[in-house]
Design a protein around this ligand. Structure first.
Ligand SMILES: NC(=O)c1ccc[n+]([C@@H]2O[C@H](COP(=O)([O-])OP(=O)(O)OC[C@H]3O[C@@H](n4cnc5c(N)ncnc54)[C@H](OP(=O)(O)O)[C@@H]3O)[C@@H](O)[C@H]2O)c1
Length: 325
């Protein structure tokens, strides 16, 4: 801890009209969104092992963005190492933490630190108060992902012990343990388990799919000139809102459990992709297929959405992100 500073402010099965369970939300043709809003839950949203109110403070329900004033009275400047600090979330997290007055150190191969081999870790972690692991390997393939997440996590936890780091934060995925058919998700579950069993004070932040990831989802579902996706519900979230949540968590005390972050509304995945592709001028048809695979796995209808009232909800609506201004 350093100086105290003042507060700052599948197949041809279904090429016809999609089947939809009663009550599932819809997106109208004009692209505006309607549907079931999942009520805002208490923050932090905590699952499994966490105590009731670890922070002793709570963001107002009206909180909507990354620049809302922090209600905590004072915050000490911290050294925080952001593993994967050059990626989508990581680079913004470094920026956000610096804007809050902390020393944020990006640690990734392109900044000279390789958490897979351990190269550069001791130097990067020296004097660090907390580590946020938002790294990801290049491959979604099951064995590669398992190797990446388990090796990186073991290396980080060992180096953190040596350096006396007091809080390990790992970014994971809402519903990660509800999609056993996905090798990538199994690897994230293994990552979580290593963190939980490490003895290091920790917080796992589970986020839903980032808006920025929807293009990747659609491309992964490309099939014979179209896109084939199931109508499983997703509740995507802006990367900026995830960054704000991770920043709050890593600058706070360890929860010893899981907090969840999601977007403001849930939608069927096929409709989400249809709306996004239309906005991007992509002419491809999105086919609704309940058995279409999501990165190799079948999805249950609610596998990827948080349980009601569990998650902190980001304030950025998908429609606004898609068509800013
Ligand atoms: N995509 C989603 O919708 C979603 C949803 C929930 C949770 N998540 C989780 O969020 C996290 C961040 O995702 P993202 O989209 O921001 O990832 P990303 O943009 O692909 O960035 C990955 C980062 O990991 C770094 N990295 C790769 N190999 C490394 C190594 N050996 N040692 C240290 N760093 C390494 C990369 O560094 P270089 O730039 O040097 O290669 C990069 O900075 C991931 O853990 C992911 O599982 C994602």
């Amino acid at each position: 801890m350093r100086a105290i500073r003042p507060p700052r402010g599948n197949g041809d099965r279904d090429r016809r009209a999609p089947t939809r369970a009663p009550g599932t939300p819809t997106i109208d043709p004009a692209g505006s969104w309607s549907g079931r809003r999942i009520p805002a839950g208490a923050w932090p949203g905590i699952a499994r092992t966490a105590p009731a109110s670890p922070y002793g403070w709570r963001r107002p329900d009206s909180w909507t963005g990354s620049r809302a004033p922090d209600p905590r009275p004072q915050e000490a400047e911290m050294k925080i190492v952001v593993v994967g600090g050059t990626g989508l979330i990581g680079s913004r997290l470094v920026e956000e933490l610096r804007a809050r007055g902390h020393e944020a150190v990006p640690a990734s191969p392109s900044s000279g630190v390789d958490a897979l081999t351990g190269e550069g870790l001791p130097d990067a972690l020296a004097g660090a108060d907390a580590v946020a692991d938002v790294s990801k390997g290049r491959s979604f393939e099951a064995d590669a992902a398992m190797r990446f997440f388990t090796t990186v996590t073991r290396n980080l936890l060992a180096a953190e012990r040596d350096a006396g780091v007091r809080h390990h934060v790992a970014l994971s995925i809402v519903g990660v343990d509800r999609v056993p058919g996905s090798g990538h998700y199994r690897a994230k579950v293994a990552q979580e388990k290593l963190v939980e069993e490490s003895g290091t004070p920790y917080t796992i932040v589970r986020a839903t799919q980032f808006f920025e990831f929807i293009r990747t989802i659609a491309e992964a579902a490309a099939d014979r000139g179209g896109i084939r996706l199931p109508p499983a519900l997703v509740q995507p979230v802006a990367a900026a809102d995830v960054v704000a949540a991770v920043a709050d968590v890593v600058t706070g005390p360890p929860v010893g459990g899981i907090v969840e972050v999601a977007g403001p509304q849930a939608y069927p995945l096929d409709e989400l992709a249809r709306t996004a592709l239309a906005a991007w001028g992509d002419q491809r048809t999105v086919y609704t297929d309940p058995h279409a695979r999501y990165f190799g796995a079948e999805l249950g209808e609610r596998a990827l959405v948080p349980e009601e009232g569990r998650a902190r909800l980001g304030g950025t609506p998908f429609a606004r992100w898609l068509r800013p201004g």
